[in-house]
Design a protein around this ligand. Structure first.
Ligand SMILES: [Zn+2]
Length: 442
């Protein structure tokens, strides 16, 4: 029987629990009582003693498993309708053919249709925090924020900024620069920190190919002044690298373009960052900027394979991103799988010292890794008393190869459950998602 999920805090649930620990490894509990207080904060996690369970207000979710909500560090809201389309094209051709036309049409009416459906799709896949780009139009970004406000998902959004190689073909570059800065600032003033920080703003210069040095520097300066995030793309595709070198001949390398703009600091989220030199890796680690690792996207567009082990060893802050629509699916469990296959591929070709990380480490990237990238590791990213109740509940039986009855000798310890979530996730595996204890529409 399907239990009725709690809709709003306060509530108490009896459940199995699987969460990464702040200091490594995972915590697994077969039967605990999790209480969420009125403010949507996890009040306590205790053994499910008969007294506590008999209190009357407890919803029993077993054998489902409670986990922290997943944190997607990189996606594009206007692109969702094109997810899964365009494989075989390289980045710059894919943008021109499939993406710029779609973003150009992302007006208020389109955003009103796409954004609520997108947030439901992310929540259905277990994502409770989403960092995403909109299009360049200010009113459509307002619409996206209003949709996130109503839906309940935790969202960091930003208006795309481009003053060259843009789909805003009616305006002169100087006019675009001034307008884009002003509109981004207005959106930031309206939305950054809204609902006690559930909504936040990210200044979002698309990437160095689309932005003048002035736009990069101005956006970074405003992010610094307002405490908002700053997001862009870095070192995704070799043709892009060549174009950046041509446009910024004085820069030492791609990373240096953003360094010179003042963008590299905690709160900066750089998507992809696949083709980095040792100098760039060290500089990024030193700066505190975070990387949104998007392996499904990188395979889809044949962009490259990130040497993840090397980055983690260097102390880089890394989380995961779906990068929909270059990534074909919103599920971060699917992204973990793509990442693991990528690392196994590198290892089998002799290009990486170690095979893929164990499942628990992938979960860590998708939860605490993302929280650290956002500076929110004290508030979200794991299921712990005192943290906000950004939670999901999954039904492990949906991932069994032969269903519940056909797998009598199945292993269902935490390692097996997590491994199947990553390698055999199904559309109905995630049964519920909450932000601050508020159930999200899926
Ligand atoms: Zn992207």
């Amino acid at each position: 029987m399907t239990p009725a999920l709690p809709q709003r805090p306060p509530f108490a649930i009896r459940t199995r629990l699987l969460t990464p620990h702040a200091h490594g490894g995972i915590r697994w509990e077969d039967d605990v009582l999790v209480r969420v207080d009125e403010g949507g904060v996890i009040g306590s996690i205790s053994q499910a003693s008969p007294d506590a369970v008999d209190a009357g207000d407890v919803v029993d979710l077993r054998p489902w498993v409670l986990m922290p909500g997943l944190i997607d560090l990189h996606a594009h809201l206007p692109q969702l309708p094109n997810a899964g389309v365009g494989a075989g094209l390289h980045l710059l051709a894919w943008l021109e053919r499939y993406i710029f036309p779609l973003e150009r049409e992302f007006d208020e009416a389109t955003a009103e249709r796409v954004a609520p459906a997108a947030f439901r799709a992310f929540a259905r896949a277990g994502t409770t925090t989403l960092v995403a780009y909109g299009a360049i139009w200010q009113p459509s970004l307002d619409t996206c924020f209003r949709a996130a406000e109503a839906h309940g998902i935790r969202a960091v959004l930003g208006k795309v900024m481009m003053d060259r190689l843009s789909y805003d073909i009616e305006r002169e570059p100087e006019e675009v620069l001034e307008l884009s800065i002003r509109q981004s600032m207005e959106l930031c003033e309206t939305w950054h920190g809204a609902d006690d920080g559930r909504l936040a703003y990210a200044f979002s210069p698309r990437f160095a190919v689309s932005c003048s040095a002035e736009m990069l520097a101005e956006s970074a300066r405003l992010a610094g002044e307002t405490g908002a995030y700053w997001q862009t793309h870095l070192s995704e595709d070799v043709n892009e690298l060549a174009e950046v070198a041509r446009l910024f001949p004085d820069a030492t390398d791609y990373t240096d373009v953003y360094d010179r703009a003042g963008g590299l600091r905690p709160g900066a989220i750089l998507a992809h960052a696949i083709h980095l030199s040792d100098r760039e890796i060290d500089r990024l680690a030193e700066s505190g900027a975070a990387i949104a690792h998007c392996p499904a996207s990188n395979l889809f567009l044949a962009s490259g394979a990130m040497p993840l082990g090397r980055y983690l060893q260097a102390g880089l802050s890394v989380g995961l991103g779906s990068d929909v629509a270059a990534g074909p699916d919103v599920s971060l469990f699917g992204v973990m799988r793509a990442g693991a296959y990528t690392q196994n591929g590198l290892h089998s070709l002799g290009l990486a010292a170690h095979p893929a990380m164990p499942p628990a480490e992938w979960l860590r990237l998708a939860t605490l890794g993302g929280a650290r990238a956002l500076g929110l590791e004290e508030r979200i990213g794991s299921v712990e008393a005192g943290k906000e109740a950004d939670l999901i509940v999954v039904d492990p039986a949906t991932t069994l190869p032969l269903g519940d009855d056909g797998s009598p000798d199945r292993h269902d310890g935490p390692d097996e459950i997590l491994s199947r979530l990553i390698y055999r996730i199904q559309p109905d595996t995630v049964r519920g998602a909450w932000v601050r204890g508020r159930l999200l529409a899926t």
